[in-house]
Write a protein that binds this ligand. Structure first.
Ligand SMILES: [Zn+2]
Ligand SMILES: [Zn+2]
Length: 207
């Protein structure tokens, strides 16, 4: 039994009154030690924003082969590969939550990465923490940012690409400022483009 903290999510109201598409359930998988209370709160936010069932998966380790010592960062792809070992039903979308600095080839860092054909995505909390930038810790801000990045990567798994609307959760975050500017909800255009179950065969693996 999971007890969710009641949180006021200010970003989830933009689609109030619109009919929500039916989306596949989500399995949240902590990778390398993420607090259970944080996962429960994030699950609560995802349930509220997406209207989906959220389950907590068994924890996984961050694969050490992903670590690149010269950069002091972890390549995101091996974390996605590690999620393949997660025992989830085929219909579920799997979202790994890590807390290490991730990067992808050609990019200085990534907040997260999705593999739509596999129905798997990963986000990291590392660069969402205010203390990464020398500021005081702020658990609510961290949770809000994580919710946006989680919805963004799940949006890719639900068939969406990037959106030019800077307020839409599917807007590409080039920096944390972009994440803070955008909301946690799909804009009306993206909302109407979410593919129903069975048609989610997106081919790209973008971030
Ligand atoms: Zn949009
Ligand atoms: Zn993206």
């Amino acid at each position: 039994m999971i007890t969710y903290t009641i949180i006021n999510w200010p970003d989830c109201s933009t689609l109030a009154g619109r009919r929500r598409p039916v989306l596949q359930p989500i399995v949240l998988v902590p990778m390398g030690g993420v607090a259970a209370t944080f996962l429960a709160d994030l699950g609560s936010g995802l349930q509220r924003c997406l209207g989906v069932e959220v389950r907590l998966g068994l924890p996984l380790e961050v694969p050490q082969a992903a670590y690149w010592p010269e950069r002091g960062q972890y390549l995101a792809q091996p974390l996605l590969s590690a999620l393949k070992g997660c025992p989830a039903e085929a219909a579920h979308k799997v979202l790994g939550i890590a807390d290490v600095d991730l990067y992808a080839p050609g990019l200085n860092f990534v907040f997260g990465m999705a593999a739509p054909p596999q129905g798997m995505a990963v986000i990291s909390l590392a660069r969402l923490r205010p203390e990464w930038y020398g500021r005081a810790p702020d658990s609510k801000l961290l949770l809000n940012r994580a919710l946006k990045e989680a919805v963004h990567e799940l949006g890719h798994l639900y068939g969406l690409g990037h959106c030019p609307n800077p307020k839409c959760v599917m807007h590409f975050s080039n920096s944390l400022t972009d994440t803070d500017v955008k909301g946690a909800a799909f804009c009306p255009r993206c909302h109407s483009s979410v593919r129903p179950p069975g048609l989610d065969t997106g081919a790209n693996g973008d971030v």
